[in-house]
Design a protein around this ligand. Structure first.
Ligand SMILES: [Zn+2]
Length: 441
């Protein structure tokens, strides 16, 4: 049990703590006390620091607050995933376009059935919460049934959209342009800012539909998400398609298509963005468009990814582009953001890039992703003023008074690497000061 204690109208949590602040800074306390207060239904952290100092200041006996097992971290925000692809995560992958045709589209078609959606949603959303993810950006299928089921089961930190598809896709997943536009109106009306306008990607979504979506997103203040430059074959395929579309004959890059449809902007998140021409970096930087990078999905095929390549985070940062990490379930094979953090570290280390990649990846899975979603000033880590959202992780070793944040995080992740079971690291998930998941022993 996670020992959350109530005293004098306050909620306390004591234990070892990791609190990411930036790409390079992460606080570590061997024995911290978090003190939070619930006002009008929101539980906000008022103090966090050395347990003995805080207890002394208040005249409390430290023994009143039992220490949590393991280590406490902020909960995750996964900025790119497809909840309707949970069942194709482990299907054989050879390349993006082939995997979509063979496994993903047939699976998404099953979400036209509301009973199937309900069963899948109840299972999926309870599992993702059990892996420590409490918010993010999510793609649903084209169907209203799937969107409704997801919205029923997902916590309020998730932004979710039905994919928009009206060309170059199987007939069984093709919407008419009018139906697709109507689905945006319906989503925005029913779910307001929890709804995210989601053109699947340029090959399956016509320019008039993308432009209408962008207009409605901007009118309603909604987020937008799509995929961009994931593989070289996809780029070639997209540019070939658009050569024949009136008004797009002179397009040289993939990003220009989205720019011409007015999709770029500070509330737009582009998935992947691996294979860019220099001009495409400029377009994203100038428009303040953000990137969702998905290392487990882009990883080599032998690591169960699609082999798409490595996102150049250094280049993105040099251009001043905001970015964060996503699991890309089901292109990505794993639900848990610890897998994503580990994959980011391994791939960048193998590529000879310097830096503490674990700390960077933790920050890009929590505070940075919450920030891109507009939650940054009141969610995303465990600093004073933030809502008390956290996870408790098992840590059999590495928690020592003289340890560093980097060594503790490495030790936490190392236990799973040895067993290959990242999902089991999370013992409990807390949202708004309440335990919403606890591992059964
Ligand atoms: Zn995706």
């Amino acid at each position: 049990m996670l020992p959350l204690r109530e005293k004098d109208g306050l909620i306390m949590l004591r234990g070892a703590l990791l609190n990411p602040l930036s790409d390079t800074e992460c606080e570590y306390y061997f024995d911290a006390l978090i003190v939070a207060r619930s006002v009008h239904g929101v539980t906000t952290i008022e103090e966090v620091g050395e347990a003995s100092d805080i207890a002394q200041q208040h005249g409390w006996h430290l023994e009143e607050f039992p220490q949590s097992e393991g280590v406490i971290l902020p909960a995750f925000y996964d900025i790119h995933f497809h909840w309707v692809q949970d069942d194709v995560r482990h299907k054989p992958k050879t390349s993006l376009l082939e995997w979509l045709e063979t496994h993903t589209f047939p699976e998404e078609a099953r979400f036209s059935e509301s009973a199937y959606c309900e069963t899948k949603a109840a299972y999926f959303w309870s599992r993702i919460i059990a892996t420590g993810t409490i918010g993010g950006l999510c793609y649903s299928s084209i169907h209203s049934t799937a969107l409704e089921a997801a919205m029923r089961h997902a916590p309020d930190g998730f932004r979710i959209g039905n994919v928009l598809m009206n060309m170059s896709c199987p007939e069984y997943l093709k919407q008419s342009t009018e139906d697709a536009i109507q689905s945006i109106h319906d989503g925005a009306n029913a779910y307001e800012n929890r709804y995210c306008v989601t053109p699947r990607f340029a090959p399956t979504t016509s320019p008039d539909l993308m432009s209408a979506g962008a207009r409605l997103a901007k009118e309603n203040g909604l987020f937008m998400q799509t995929h961009l430059c994931e593989t070289n074959d996809e780029i070639k395929h997209t540019l070939n398609l658009y050569k024949n579309i009136p008004g797009f004959e002179d397009i040289h890059t993939y990003t220009e298509i989205y720019a011409r449809c007015d999709l770029l902007g500070p509330k737009t998140i582009m998935g992947h963005s691996i294979h860019f021409e220099q001009g495409e970096w400029y377009m994203l930087a100038r428009s303040d468009t953000a990137i969702a990078s998905c290392p487990t999905s882009n990883a080599p095929i032998e690591d169960l990814g699609l082999g798409s390549g490595l996102f150049d985070f250094e280049k993105a940062e040099a251009e001043g582009i905001r970015w964060a990490l996503g699991s890309d379930i089901g292109g990505g094979p794993y639900l848990c953001m610890f897998d994503v953090i580990d994959s980011f570290e391994r791939q960048n280390r193998a590529a000879g890039k310097n830096g503490n990649h674990h700390i960077r990846a933790l920050y890009r899975s929590t505070l940075a992703s919450a920030g891109i979603l507009g939650f940054g000033d009141h969610r995303g880590n465990l600093s004073v003023g933030k809502r008390l959202d956290c996870i408790q992780c098992t840590a059999k070793r590495g928690i020592e008074p003289d340890a560093t944040s980097a060594s503790v995080l490495k030790a936490v992740i190392g236990q799973a690497s040895e067993r290959g079971r990242f999902e089991e690291l999370v013992l409990s998930t807390v949202v708004n000061g309440a335990i919403i998941y606890e591992a059964s022993r």
